[in-house]
Design a protein around this ligand. Sequence first.
Ligand SMILES: Cc1cc2nc3c(=O)[nH]c(=O)nc-3n(C[C@H](O)[C@H](O)[C@H](O)COP(=O)(O)OP(=O)(O)OC[C@H]3O[C@@H](n4cnc5c(N)ncnc54)[C@H](O)[C@@H]3O)c2cc1C
Length: 395
Amino acid sequence: MTYDFCVVGGGIVGLATAWRLLERNPGASLVLLEKERAVAMHQTGHNSGVIHSGIYYAPGSLKADLCKRGERATKEFCGAQGIPFVTCGKTLVATTPLELERMEALAIRARANGIEAERLEADELRRREPNVTGLGALFVPATAIVDYRQVCAAMARVLQAAGAEIVFGAEVTGIRETPDEVVVRAGARSWTAARLVACAGLQSDRVARMAGLPVTHQIVPFRGEYYRLASEKNGIIHSLIYPIPDPELPFLGIHLTRMIDGSITVGPNAVLGLSREGYSKLAVNPRDVAQFLLFPGLWKVLARYRRSVRAELAGSLLKSAYLKQCRKYCPSLTVRDLLPYTAGIRAQAVTRDGTLVHDFLFLESARTLHVCNAPSPAATSAIPIGEMIAERVEE
Ligand SMILES: Cc1cc2nc3c(=O)[nH]c(=O)nc-3n(C[C@H](O)[C@H](O)[C@H](O)COP(=O)(O)OP(=O)(O)OC[C@H]3O[C@@H](n4cnc5c(N)ncnc54)[C@H](O)[C@@H]3O)c2cc1C
């Protein structure tokens, strides 16, 4: 049979895209191919579980708009599906005069984005978060927490109820496009579809290459290493505690995150990973390493961000260096409080000139669309991203 749509990837972007495609095309046939044995086994299932408000992004930008709409759509979806989420808010803590200045800029950005954000003086911060210290803070009440694995499991159920087929253990190994159809191969099996959307996260550059598209960027894996706090520390914070981000750096900085199960994680940092899908610290994939070592863009990134590369590496190797970053705003934490927790791995698209791509990156042919970069907060924004992709595919 020829399916109307084939979606590759059972992370939140693939699932949301498949769901929006079927909502917009009732009765259409759709097959979703996922190489693992369940949904959300990679980035989506190893993240901080935050439903972001969109305060960081430039007003009027696609990222700001998708995040704001995604925050509402995710909460609505969770409400309708009975998935627990908690709107506990986020407190961004300034610990130096420079961070206070940056915090002011964020407050202005929040107002321009139409996002409620309350400035807190040091005394008020201490009253609300007795274990956190700073010169001042910005409280964003809309930020929430959820388990994105549960969100994905519910999306998979909704898709199957609408008639979609989800095939697990189907690692796409070949894509052939003709003027009339796309044939997708996973080992000895194959599926034919009128249109293909690939949302393959950490493998997205390889999958796009299989389809014969001109891929000039490369996915570089950046590990996000976490710890969790011992359970007797679970009451240490009431909201999510974030540092004020350095606008020069691509990631948000180590934060204290309440998880939906009541635990608290610390992290993530950002260090170069030696395996795209290996979660243990010692995981090395020779193919992945060889590929990024031969890619000139990576060397340019390492040179451009050398100071923070050194600091992040020190934090990765030494718990005390890692801890220093969160003791800035939560001084009572000690090395003994940091217990092991699984890492996440970001699929970061890097161009040959050494630019870290911060926006969405799509590659297209007549019958295929490849999502080649879906950066954070793509879990929050997944539903409107799926809608946007579905519209694009129909065009
Ligand atoms: C450490 C970390 C923390 C984050 N925190 C947050 C947060 O708190 N809030 C937020 O909104 N965002 C967060 N993000 C970002 C967010 O998690 C990701 O942007 C989002 O999950 C990307 O989803 P995806 O579907 O594109 O990718 P993935 O979840 O990686 O899914 C891709 C899927 O494609 C499958 N696949 C790959 N190749 C093939 C193939 N050849 N054949 C078949 N299947 C294939 C994979 O198995 C995988 O299931 C975080 C990310 C990380 C790494």
